[in-house]
Design a protein around this ligand. Sequence first.
Ligand code: GUN
Length: 291
Amino acid sequence: MSARILDGKALAETVRAEVRRGVDAFRTRYGRVPGLDVVLVGEDPGSVVYTRNKEKASNEVGMRGKLHVLPVSVSEETLVARLRELNADPAIDGILVQLPLPKGIDAVRVLDLIEPSKDVDGFHPMNAGFLALGRPGALVACTPAGCMRLLSLADAKLEGANAVVVGRSNIVGKPMAQLLLAANATVTVAHSKTRDLPGVCRQADVLVAAVGRAQMVRGDWIKPGAVVIDVGMNRLALPDGKTRLVGDVAFDEAREVAGSITPVPGGVGPMTIAMLLANTLEAATRRQARH
Ligand code: GUN
């Protein structure tokens, strides 16, 4: 039996349409539109594309999106000064600093400086802490938030389910585990030092792969009928010199075993930007309510 393919592109379009309606209502109510400012340092080709897409997507839903590009040689103090300006500007609701930052810039200091109510990436210790403590009001990291929407699309029953997250990054693995725990799943966070990783994965009713290793999760690691969410985005070199984007899961094998599965591309990827837009609207609405 072949798995149901979870269409992240279509779901992202649904989320964007929701956000667009929310932005219209926000404008009518408050006489302004939510603002998202994205900061890129340097010219990493992937980051250039991602940040332009974030700016474009925010404008497409009627927000005011702005991309700030700083040279790779920028001093940490100049970057810090720019972030302080963005923090203080009342027209700005969301601030995102694209990662990775160039060597020589203290990323922890920079991320900690973003005003938590504008931290639409959800990376600030206050937002990560609120999520871990199960307190309402956290801005949740976009990729894990998108994975949760995909799990809803799959009708995954999370309560009491065995959920395995492979990968323990601050951006995906850890917040993903917290969200699954909050949904009453029994959560295992596996990583590169985990003993018998295939055996651990085979226990999973819900498997989230976020390790950054091309096609590492094989078909025989998957419990029949499991829901598989593939966060990986890896460039695989082909014999003809071209490259292909693949996930952390060996898709062709996995789809024969899983109950439902996200493809790469077209699964988790499109959801990340959609959830960024949702977070920006949410941040704007909460900030407005406080005034
Ligand atoms: N680099 C890769 N993923 C992300 C993300 O979700 N947010 C930011 N700011 N940078 C990233």
